[in-house]
Design a protein around this ligand. Structure first.
Ligand code: 5AD
Ligand code: SF4
Length: 431
């Protein structure tokens, strides 16, 4: 979500004739787009911002802006601690960068500090200019904010209430992307499954998938993130029936313990969750499933943790993102009793990660010898002789090939399974 917001920030800067600086020292404007999902992300930002103090001292004309969730949450307090910051704007106010940057170009007053933050939830969703990172895959926002209030999560406070983007704007954006040669889109939102709830037109997420699926030139559709409670039979059938929708779902479970799930306010039990997975696998047998896990949520006993371990062994995810519970301002979990010691949180995290490594590798090994369809994204980052792409199940495949294949769907025979990717050989290509 933040990376995509950065594409919007870069888009606005490009439109106002600001190109990418060769290095941070050469920049006239620096925008730090911040994340506050966990403490670690926040600390990274503060140390980065601290480093910019010297740059500003050496170049008083330098303009520093702070964007994103920390900007929204801390507001003008950032100016007090870091007086050399010129502008702060929240994730709902990215468009305000347009006004600020044009007044900066015209203005002679270098000292004025400004902020643009969301005060009320009912703002209009505008389509913003974008400078996309890739040429093959693109993100498309479909829903902003979140109403779920999971007890650990800061998102509803920083990104505000849930708002769906009008489907016509989404459709037009995808048409324009395919016109530019993009082949795959990822529909993006904190909880994509509740798409449409507050729109005047009668449309839900499955209907949106069908609508976008019609677009000629579009080859693949992904979406992230889904909330287990909102996975409906209609959605599962839609995923099964639409060939462009990739066989992968990211479905955060967070914990395998019903007690912890209840105190997280997740709205499902482990059984409910497992039933949804079973339904998905019954409809789409080769579907890949990934998840998010939190270790050491307040009140998590060894028994609760064991239930999470059991869940991982039972479901055998294709991949997981696991995090230690991190205290976030304003969240309900702060007031819960029995916060867990950092060492225990870390031990549990590394236990989970080790277990998953074995499962992921086993799953990758099972693909050796298979022929898979991949969309070629570009040159491999680790070896410039290799191309890289992804399977429908979102597994990374590297292979020796011709850069002309970038943007094409090719068939690959898997030669070697690695821990985080597959190595393959091209079989035949089709445009
Ligand atoms: N501590 C740890 N992990 C968190 N996540 C969200 N908030 C926190 C927190 N306070 C994780 C959840 C979520 C993912 C995006 O980040 O697992 O699904
Ligand atoms: Fe946070 Fe829960 Fe909303 Fe996800 S669904 S953004 S974890 S509040």
């Amino acid at each position: 979500m933040n990376v995509h917001d950065s594409e919007k920030i870069a888009g606005i800067l490009s439109e106002s004739d600001h190109g990418t600086a060769g290095s941070i020292e050469e920049a006239d404007v620096i925008v730090l787009n911040t994340c506050s999902i966990r403490q670690k992300a926040e600390q990274k930002f503060y140390s980065e911002l601290g480093r910019l103090r010297t740059l500003k001292k050496n170049n008083p004309d330098l303009k520093i802006a702070v964007a994103g969730c920390i900007a929204q949450q801390q507001g003008d307090a950032i100016f007090k601690k870091f007086p050399y910051v010129d502008f702060i704007f929240g994730p709902d106010n990215i468009d305000s960068l347009q006004t600020w940057i044009s007044s900066r170009i015209q203005s002679t007053d270098n000292r004025q500090q400004k902020s643009a933050l969301r005060e009320n939830p009912g703002y209009q969703i505008k389509t913003l200019p974008m400078k996309r990172i890739g040429r093959v895959r693109a993100w498309v926002s479909i829903i902003y904010g979140c109403d779920n209030f999971c007890a650990y999560c800061v998102v509803p406070y920083t990104r505000g209430r849930e708002r769906s983007r009008p489907c016509k704007d989404i459709y037009d954006e995808v048409v324009s992307l395919t016109g530019q040669g993009f082949k795959e889109i990822t529909l993006l939102g904190q909880n994509v499954n509740s798409y449409g709830k507050n729109l005047p037109e009668k449309i839900d997420f499955s209907d949106l998938l069908r609508m976008v699926h019609e677009i000629v030139g579009l080859q693949r559709i992904r979406f992230v993130t889904s909330h287990p409670r909102d996975i409906s039979e209609k959605l599962i059938n839609t995923m099964r029936d639409l060939p462009k929708v990739c066989n992968h779902i990211h479905l955060p479970v967070q914990s395998g313990s019903d007690k912890i799930l209840a105190s997280m306010n997740r709205g499902y039990s482990y059984r409910d969750y497992k039933n949804k997975i079973d339904m998905l696998k019954a409809a789409i047998p080769d579907i890949a499933v990934t998840t998010d896990i939190i270790t050491g949520f307040p009140g998590e006993t060894d028994e609760d943790f064991q239930l999470t371990v059991n869940a991982l062994s039972e479901i055998e995810y294709d991949g997981i993102f696991a995090f230690k519970y991190s205290e976030r301002p304003d969240t309900k979990a702060l007031a819960l009793p029995d916060h867990i010691d950092e060492t225990i949180k870390s031990e549990r995290l590394s236990h989970i990660l080790k277990l998953q490594e074995v499962i992921t590798f086993k799953k990758n090994m099972a693909l050796e010898g298979q022929e898979l369809e991949i969309l070629v994204e570009g040159m491999s980052e680790t070896d410039d002789k290799n191309l890289t792409g992804r399977t429908l199940t979102n597994k990374i495949v590297n292979f020796r090939g011709d850069p002309d294949d970038i943007g094409n769907i090719v068939m690959i025979k898997v030669k070697e399974a690695r821990q985080h990717s597959l190595y393959g050989e091209k079989v035949k290509s089709r445009k």
